[in-house]
Design a binder for this molecule. Structure first.
Ligand code: ZN
Length: 269
């Protein structure tokens, strides 16, 4: 199946699962309380060499462990005046891609958890969402997370004029570049809503590809668009939300259960 056909076939279904309704309440709570008491690093002796400290709402041993990801096989992005739009990476390699969106809710455990997990993640950040505390994301970047574009205002782009869409996409990429010293090369339109203008505007400001997703995680549950298992090349969507710890661990468990390893989206595009 061609990429375009695949995208067309599932777009209608996937839009419903995006960061739409469920995002609303979270935006009012830029600093979510952690889901447990303050972190108390225990002096527990590591069994087998790996520390198992108790943190707020999670332990080190809650994090699934993975073998190294295989050497990435880059996909070919078709030439033309529009960025391609993908919901998975067409690969048979045993990898999956974890993506985390928005940035309105800044759970205090998220930076620690991402660093402790030592898995690659892509953060599609909305610049208005992170404006109150861009430094919150720096430890994640230091731990290997890569920041990509998710517009300035989290507006629905579909149907909007070219100039509006270009400002949202290019403006957010420029802002993220000035904040984090790397200009995004990938993007995700809010709610997964895009049109031909979106893909043209993205291409025109140097964004190589846009991404939807195959699985979503919310309140600790993984929802599959098809089947009951993460497939090779699948892109998993979660958000910076109050349930960050549960969502992140659930996503990693689903990847582990499928016999896959988290890989970095940017290594494949
Ligand atoms: Zn979003």
């Amino acid at each position: 199946m061609s990429i375009l056909r695949a995208v067309t076939a599932v777009t209608a279904v996937l839009v419903l699962a995006g960061c739409s309704a469920a995002d609303g309440p979270d935006r009012k709570a830029p600093s979510a309380a952690s889901s447990g008491p303050a972190a108390v690093p225990s002096a527990a002796a590591p069994a087998g060499g790996r520390p198992d400290r108790q943190h707020a709402g999670w332990r080190d041993s809650d994090i699934p462990t993975f073998g190294p990801a295989p050497a990435p096989q880059k996909i070919t992005v078709p030439p033309g005046g529009s960025a391609p739009y993908l919901l998975r990476i067409p690969t048979t390699q045993k990898v999956a891609f974890l993506t985390i969106d928005d940035g309105f809710v800044k759970h205090p455990e998220a930076p620690k958890l991402i660093a402790a997990a030592r898995v690659p993640v892509t953060l599609f950040l909305t610049t208005d969402a992170i404006a109150d505390d861009p430094d919150y994301f720096r430890p994640m970047i230091d731990a290997g997370a890569v920041v990509e574009a998710h517009t300035i205002t989290h507006s629905n782009l579909r149907g909007r004029p070219y100039a509006f869409q270009k400002r949202e996409l290019c403006g957010s990429a420029d802002k993220l570049a000035s904040l984090y010293q790397r200009r995004p090369v990938l993007f995700r339109p809010p709610f997964g809503n895009k049109d031909a203008t979106t893909l043209r505007a993205a291409h025109d400001c140097g964004l190589k590809a846009g991404f939807m997703w195959k699985e979503t995680v919310h309140k600790g549950k993984v929802r599959f668009q098809e089947g009951k298992r993460v497939q090779p090349g699948d892109i998993i969507l979660m958000h910076f939300r109050k349930a960050f710890v549960k969502d992140f661990l659930a996503a990693l468990r689903a990847i582990k259960k499928a016999g896959l390893t988290p890989a970095l989206l940017e290594d494949y595009v």
